[in-house]
Write a protein that binds this ligand. Structure first.
Ligand code: ATP
Length: 284
């Protein structure tokens, strides 16, 4: 498993804070996978991300990108920010210019690209995220979901190896969340490793290939979703919900489940039920 990012025993305490935000954080993000970072409020998700882009520097331990320890010199940080993009939870903190087209181009200009490349990369990012029709609309006229997709387009346009999304779906209605998840899928299909902090266990289970579970500044579990979520005891201990699909699956008689992987999404579950249950519950 090739790793794109790694935290090794990282500790960090904010100035004036009582306890450590990261208290010996050791975790791995595999290259190319869709990773969900789970954990309660205050578990350390945002602090983890701020370390990945070098905004915060470990007080103990190390952060690695592509197998190399981060270099906090000016050049090292410039390189790191080309490799790792961060999309903040609140797009208002990320969007600077007046329209999506101007804002996406601004990020590329800051990265020192020539005007023709800026134009091409801007158009391609807007198209990939389905924003062409909104490209020249004033940003303050966009909905929250559209602003979030614009912020994502700005980060994606610079073509980082990995994009970290800090609770991207927060405050979105289901339709806007679906659109945003589609956009995130497009970015992953374009070859970017995508890492998403989320409180939504159902989305994490269906969406992610790799799950990390944080608790009080440490990583308590990492692995594929079907291995992580079957550890009911730990999930309960951490007060995290079991995804509905896993819960329903486990309520089926053991004989029906034996030797089968837990369905990953509603469609797989429905297909399974349709082929195994007939006439109001009889088992074929
Ligand atoms: N700027 C800060 N100054 C002091 N303490 C902070 C600061 N930012 C975060 N903390 C503390 O560090 C710990 C980890 O916070 P962090 O924001 O990383 O958690 P989180 O998992 O992202 O939480 P949430 O789900 O609420 O966004 C918490 O105890 C929090 O109160």
């Amino acid at each position: 498993m090739e790793l794109v990012l790694e935290w090794k025993d990282v500790t960090y305490t904010y100035p004036d804070a009582k306890g450590a935000a990261l208290a010996g954080m050791t975790l791995r993000i595999p290259r190319g996978m869709k990773t969900a970072v789970l954990g309660h409020n205050g578990a350390g998700k945002s602090t983890l991300f701020l370390h990945a882009v070098g905004i915060l520097k470990p007080q103990g331990g190390r952060v690695l990108c592509g197998g190399k320890a981060l270099d906090y010199g000016r050049k090292g940080l410039q390189e790191l920010r080309r490799a790792v993009g961060l999309v903040l939870q609140d797009p208002e903190q990320q969007l600077i210019l007046n329209t999506p087209r101007e804002d996406v181009a601004f990020g590329l200009r800051s990265a020192g690209m020539d005007e023709e490349t800026i134009r091409q990369c801007t158009e391609s990012a807007l198209e990939r995220l389905g924003l062409q029709e909104l490209a020249d609309r004033p940003i303050h006229h966009l909905s929250l979901g559209q602003k979030k997709r614009t912020a994502l387009a700005g980060v994606f346009a610079t073509r980082p190896e990995v994009i970290l999304l800090d609770e991207p779906a927060s405050y979105l209605d289901p339709a806007s969340e679906k659109l945003l998840l589609h956009s995130i899928g497009e970015i992953h299909r374009a070859g970017v490793t995508v890492v998403m902090a989320t409180h939504d266990m159902n989305t994490a289970y269906s969406w992610a290939d790799w799950i990390v579970v944080l608790d009080r500044g440490t990583c308590r579990m990492e692995g594929p979703p079907d291995q992580v979520f079957v550890n009911k005891e730990l999930m309960e201990q951490l007060g995290l919900e079991i995804p509905l699909i896993v819960d329903l699956w486990e309520s089926l008689p053991a004989g029906l489940r034996e030797g089968r992987a837990v369905p990953r999404n509603k469609e797989q579950f429905k297909t399974y039920l349709a082929s195994h249950l007939v006439n109001g519950g009889g088992v074929i």
